[in-house]
Design a protein around this ligand. Structure first.
Ligand code: BGC
Ligand code: NOJ
Length: 811
């Protein structure tokens, strides 16, 4: 069952009923001011940091769901009846409703009793504010007298403190109202130099800033006293809960439309110019901004600028294949999701409260794979930030804080896969940009001035970190966990509530990871290719040797007969082996080891993929492991804490599926690769939205596995490494348009049924118009650039043209 449809022309998902299975979210903002917004206007906004600079309040895990938002109420003066044009919070049965989630904006429109209201929410580029562009139309034969009320509830900045420290917070709330603009200035009197403001373009009939006055102490957002009465109280909040509400009276002739604009923004003042009079905010800098963005013409221009910004980003790669789900995800939604993960990391979503997690070392490096082609400059900045948190021994803080860019001591280090991801991230950046100079950038260790070494040295130490930590079988020691944060082989936790990731009860000298062995193999090849570029053949050879050695160790101790094993635990026992009662086969090493080239020469790769197909593949995607752990295993950790079928305990952990797609492409099966791609493609799952439940336009981290009673139900949408890896799998390995150190490679491994596809790719300043035609069932390519045949599948860098035609024949 569907709850809407894709409008690919407009790059929108159009939701046609408000009661979606879960709130379906979108994001506002690309630079510093951000918000999440649901299809019924729920959500919140923040400046840079979702925890420390939160503008508006949101109630996670509330009943009903999705409470707190950018609310509007319309009230008919003739009858006293009122409703919310975005459905929440009054839940009035609207006569029609659509929500268009677009790229960086959301438009919600509804009609009730012949009054149509449309509101478009977006954040103009270069601003620290959001616009609510409202249009109300009277379709009645008679004039309509209406009241429009706006509503936001302010958060007292630190979202964590806001939810917990009521003894203080109920006394500190402060506002100012000047010329109808509501200023939220809690703590501005002391150390803060920033405030929020909420302004309206129309003359006001009144305003409110006290929640208790506006709603009534015992009422919810669905029936505010003020809206019911049709009259604002002009309340001024002192402590308790400051809100912002404007009241606009509208007289609409039959057929008439009126526009009313609201802006909600964030502003900082210089510390020595905070006040214009004792206690009064200095508004010199903010007033021109408010005046500018309340003007409809400027708003329309800003919206156009936003569209062009996205045209530019999405225009780097556009494809036209025989599969609409592929086209729509590659051209629009998957790329958009990658940009959102770049901006948000894992901070603010329907499942991430904006308070919990900082930027992950491994997560941020992997996210790069999905956005580096769109904004290489910002990818570079990100890489340098990440690398600056590395330790001198090559290890890494598992997370760092976006505001301070410092490593997070509370989570610490010793996730032994972390450093290797830096190599993959930097390699992806250079392959895209050709910016070899980044390797010479001086980067400190643990942010300590004076410790700077070239970025290249950081990568070298990442590699060495693994070799310095080999276990009894010669495989890399796992530490606290590898990619699978829940495979905690040294934790041995018996205490409820103890962190599985940061508790370590064993010295870690035994438990080994075959996943890290595979990842090392991938990173070693990247290092070798990089060395080759500089003509350092000896170093290149030594990296290749070390990859071969790792492969040999895996062959001897990490191959279980029909698939790659997962690990050895603290007792030296196998994990992910047919010998185990549960957890016999894991997905991660099958993908990663084959990506490292392991088992390609002796049939192990094909055999491992057969095992995946037989044991892990379901119609909803590929499960992380089987059989699920039925009980808690102290020697395995968090993985066995989840009920069977969820998350790392045999859920379909979508992040890992593209590794299998890539492995299938590497062994040459475009059919299998694209089949797996389609199973978790959100667009291809749109028709089962009542089961999938999450947004049909973005990936979710997890789909419940076959051991779960809710098999097929997705969770944790939006902020997940799934976005970047699926983008890499489909664009680079299935469609095969792959940046390399020396040029753009075109090596498609597409379904045999495809007659071909076309693509436009901007790469290092040149636009490649690519036409792929299938002449035979295989994957052998014959390339010609502007009519001239090219050897192999890599097009040498083009420097003398701005565009070229690439024709590719598959045989
Ligand atoms: C989740 C993992 C996640 C980890 C991060 C766990 O509860 O299951 O997916 O990586 O938390 O701390
Ligand atoms: C989510 C975490 O953000 C990521 O770092 C981890 O690799 C996966 N969960 C798997 O546990």
């Amino acid at each position: 069952m569907r709850f809407g449809y894709f409008d690919d022309q407009q790059r929108e998902y159009v939701i046609t009923r408000p009661d979606t299975p879960l709130p379906w979210l979108n994001y506002l903002g690309n630079e510093a001011y951000f918000g999440i917004i649901s299809n019924t206007a729920g959500g919140y906004s923040f400046y840079r940091d979702a925890r420390l600079r939160r503008l508006t309040r949101y109630r996670y895990n509330n009943a009903p769901r999705d409470i707190g938002g950018r609310y509007l109420y319309l009230r008919d003066s003739a009858t006293g009846e009122y409703w919310s044009p975005t459905w929440q919070p009054t839940l009035t049965a609207l006569d029609d409703y659509t929500c268009r989630h677009g790229i960086g904006y959301t438009t919600i429109q509804s009609t009730y009793r012949d009054v149509t209201a449309q509101v478009r929410y977006f954040v103009p580029q270069g601003s620290n504010l959001e616009v609510w562009q409202v249009k109300v139309t009277n379709h009645r034969v008679k004039a309509a007298e209406l009241s429009l009320f706006s509503f936001v509830e302010f958060c007292l900045w630190d979202a964590n403190d806001d939810m917990t420290n009521f003894q203080r917070n109920f006394s500190i709330g402060e506002v100012e109202i000047e010329n109808g603009v509501i200023y939220h200035k809690t703590e501005y009197r002391e150390r803060r130099d920033h405030f929020a403001y909420f302004a309206c373009s129309a003359p006001l009939a009144g305003f409110d800033t006290s929640r208790d006055e506006f709603l009534g102490v015992y009422r919810g957002f669905d029936q505010p006293l003020v809206v019911e009465a049709g009259e604002s109280k002009n309340s001024v909040a002192h402590g308790w809960a400051p809100i912002g509400s404007h009241h606009v009276k509208l007289k609409l002739a039959p057929g008439e439309t009126q526009s009313i604009n609201f802006i909600l923004g964030y502003q900082e003042n210089p510390r020595d110019a905070k006040f214009e009079a004792p206690g009064v905010i200095n508004k010199v800098t903010v007033k021109p901004i408010i005046a500018h963005y309340l003007d409809s013409a400027n708003i329309d221009a800003a919206f156009e600028t936003l569209r062009q910004y996205w045209d530019g980003l999405l225009g780097v790669l556009q494809v036209s294949t025989p599969d609409e789900h592929t086209n729509r995800m590659v051209n629009i939604w998957n790329a958009y999701q990658c940009m959102v993960t770049f901006n948000m990391s894992r901070s603010a979503s329907g499942y991430e409260s904006g308070i919990g997690r900082g930027m992950g070392f491994r997560d941020s490096n992997q996210d790069l794979l999905g956005f580096v082609h769109m904004i290489p400059e910002r990818a570079k900045e990100r890489i340098l930030d990440i690398a600056s948190t590395q330790f001198e021994n090559g290890g890494a803080y598992h997370q760092y804080q976006p505001l301070t860019k410092r490593g997070n001591n509370a989570v610490g280090s010793n996730f032994n896969d972390d450093p290797l991801w830096l190599v993959l991230g930097v390699a992806a950046y250079i392959k895209e940009s050709g910016d070899w100079a980044i390797l010479d950038e001086p980067v400190p260790f643990d942010n300590q001035p004076g410790t700077e070494q070239p970025l290249y040295e950081h990568m070298r130490r990442s590699m060495q970190y693994t070799l310095d930590r080999l276990g009894p079988h010669g495989l890399p020691l796992i530490g606290r966990a590898d990619w699978n944060d829940c495979l905690n082989l040294n934790t041995f936790s018996e205490e409820p509530g103890e962190s599985f990731q940061t508790t370590t009860n064993k010295d870690g000298a035994v438990a080994e990871s075959i996943f890290i062995a595979g990842l090392y193999g991938i990173a070693a090849k990247e290092m070798a290719d990089l060395e080759d570029h500089f003509g350092r053949g000896d170093t290149a050879a030594s990296y290749r040797d070390s990859a071969v050695k790792m492969d040999e160790v895996v062959k001897e101790h990490g191959w279980d007969g029909a698939w790659f094993m997962r690990a050895y635990n603290h007792f030296g026992e196998k994990v992910g082996s047919a010998e185990c009662a549960e957890g016999q086969i894991f997905i991660e090493p099958q993908g990663i080891c084959i990506m490292a080239g392991m088992g390609l020469d002796d049939g192990r790769a094909a055999q491992a993929l057969d095992s995946v197909r037989a044991r892990l593949a379901t119609p909803h995607g590929i499960i992380l492991q089987q059989p699920a752990y039925a009980t808690y295993h102290v020697e395995l950790g968090e993985i066995s804490s989840y009920p069977p079928g969820y998350k790392e305990n045999a859920g379909i952990f979508c992040h890992t599926n593209p590794w299998i797609m890539i492995a299938e492409a590497i062994v040459g099966s475009g059919n299998n690769a694209h089949d797996y791609y389609t199973r978790i493609n959100p667009s291809a799952r749109e028709a089962i939205s009542e089961l999938h439940r999450c947004e049909p336009y973005v990936y979710a981290q997890m789909i419940a596995g076959k051991d779960a009673p809710t098999h097929g139900e997705a969770k944790n949408s939006w902020l997940t490494g799934t976005a970047a890896w699926n983008y890499a799998a489909i664009t680079q390995w299935i469609l095969g348009i792959r940046p390399t150190f020396e040029g753009l490679q075109i090596a498609p491994v597409v379904p045999t049924a495809w007659s071909g596809f076309t693509a436009t790719r901007k790469y290092r300043g040149v636009t490649y118009h690519i036409t792929v035609r299938r002449a035979g069932p295989g994957n052998t390519v014959a390339l010609a650039v502007d009519g001239t045949p090219v050897e192999g599948s890599i097009i040498p860098l083009i420097t003398d043209r701005a565009a070229c035609q690439v024709s590719v024949t598959l045989n």
